[in-house]
Design a protein around this ligand. Structure first.
Ligand SMILES: Cc1cc2nc3c(=O)[nH]c(=O)nc-3n(C[C@H](O)[C@H](O)[C@H](O)COP(=O)(O)OP(=O)(O)OC[C@H]3O[C@@H](n4cnc5c(N)ncnc54)[C@H](O)[C@@H]3O)c2cc1C
Length: 409
């Protein structure tokens, strides 16, 4: 039992309880896509929009590259929405419409520390002397701390965490909490870029953190900025705009967006209120399949009501898990990912389906070979596929390592 008071009391004046603080953004994105497909949408994965296709000056399609097969093809559509986050301006530039407002990227990083070294039980938000705000958040046996907010002009794909970024967060954490965290306590990291909006002629200090929509002469609609918490509102705004355009152009009437009432994949019919009961109901069913209570919880929390399909996969094929040296919950999650979540690369599974690269790095390393072997057997890879799969793991593992010289401690 951990007895030490974690918050340094000399800084403590008062506190409030912070309740809205945690999401699995990759899972949220996958579940939004699954819900969209359930309503008749079509989703493609591992596909990069490389150029825009025009007819009479209007954008009518996108030339895309399937990055696994390296084949290109065209997707045609009446309306094209560019929702590519920090890359929004790359497509606007290709459209010749990057003018007036443009993106200003700032980098934010997080560090992940095992609870053995930072046993935080409740999310804490605090200000640091330079005026920035930092969050320390417990999750699945780890605590993550972030974030920084520094101007960024480098490679968008992998901003990375530098020694300087790491030192900044460690120092701020050690000042606020009764811990002595050092670089060797950092188990994993991640970095991201905020697409803030800069308006020509305005001072950089007037950067906007709000979301905005830009519609170009060609009809390309770009949406950028904002917050993850506002994703439904942003989607509603742009889809209602598309509906208005169809009304004017084709006299077609669509009902207003119903996103507010749409449950995501795995959502319980009674929403979060029904979840505690559902968890209690499903846990013994998982244990009956040979899962430990923690493993069953891991699955139920990730998949919600879809856990029943994962259980079915464990029930029918669970005896194969030992062959791949995978624990049952990972085995079920991977089979489900292959069946229902378009997972084609082990690095993708380890990071964006199992959320292990950030939040359980030791197990991501331990099970990587098993994940690779099971995917090889399920997908029947060529030597080229195999090399790409290995590369996907290397890329994910490299991305979490702190860049730059290791400081003398
Ligand atoms: C450090 C940090 C902390 C944050 N904290 C919070 C927070 O606490 N709360 C909150 O609500 N929000 C937070 N945000 C903001 C939140 O992450 C963003 O609002 C959200 O990710 C934006 O979603 P998006 O889909 O617009 O863009 P993204 O999440 O960036 O997704 C864009 C997608 O487009 C894809 N893409 C790019 N180019 C192409 C192309 N040519 N072809 C095909 N696909 C392409 C990318 O691969 C990516 O998957 C934070 C952001 C950062 C960086």
């Amino acid at each position: 039992m951990y007895k030490r008071q974690l918050l340094r009391s000399e800084h403590l004046v008062g506190g409030g309880r912070y309740v809205e603080y945690k999401t699995d953004d990759a899972r949220l994105t996958v579940e939004v896509l699954k819900a969209a497909v359930g309503y008749g949408g079509r989703a493609v994965n591992y596909t990069k929009a490389e150029s825009l296709v025009y007819h009479n000056g209007k954008v009518v399609g996108v030339e895309v590259r399937d990055v696994l097969s390296d084949k290109t093809y065209t997707i045609r559509a009446k309306k094209i929405i560019n929702a590519t986050g920090p890359w929004v301006d790359e497509l606007r530039e290709k459209d010749g419409s990057k003018a007036g407002k443009s993106l200003h990227l700032t980098k934010g990083i997080h560090l992940v520390i095992d609870q053995a070294h930072f046993p935080l039980q409740q999310a804490v938000y605090f200000d640091v002397p330079d005026g920035r705000m930092i969050f320390a958040i417990p999750r699945e046996g780890k605590t993550y701390v972030g974030t920084t907010d520094t101007n960024y002009k480098g490679d968008i794909l992998e901003p990375g965490v530098t020694v300087e970024d790491q030192d900044y967060i460690l120092e701020a954490t050690n000042q606020m909490f009764n811990v002595e965290l050092r670089p060797e306590h950092v188990e994993s990291t991640w970095s991201g870029l905020r697409p803030l909006i800069h308006e020509d002629g305005k001072d950089p200090s007037e950067l906007s953190r709000k979301d905005e929509i830009f519609v170009s002469k060609s009809g390309l609609m770009s949406i950028a900025g904002g917050k993850l918490t506002g994703y439904r509102k942003m989607a509603e705004r742009i889809i209602d705009m598309v509906a208005d355009q169809f009304k004017t152009e084709e006299n077609r009437i669509y009902l207003a967006s119903r996103t507010h009432d749409i449950l995501l994949g795995g959502g319980h019919p009674q929403g979060s209120k029904g979840f505690a009961r559902y968890l209690k109901e499903q846990q013994p069913k998982g244990e009956a399949l040979g899962l430990s209570p923690n493993e069953a919880t891991w699955l139920i929390q990730r998949y919600g009501t879809n856990v029943e399909r994962v259980y079915e996969l464990i029930r029918t094929r669970g005896d194969e898990a030992a062959r791949y040296q995978l624990p049952l919950h990972w085995f079920g999650a991977l089979l489900y990912g292959l069946e229902a979540e378009l997972v084609m690369q082990p690095g993708d599974f380890l990071n964006r389906r199992a959320s292990a690269v950030f939040f359980d790095f030791p197990h991501a390393e331990q099970y990587a070979d098993g994940v690779l072997a099971l995917m090889r057997s399920e997908l029947g890879w060529s030597a080229e596929d195999e090399a790409r799969a290995n590369e996907s793991i290397r890329r994910e593992f490299d991305a979490v390592r702190v860049k730059g010289p290791v400081p003398l401690s």
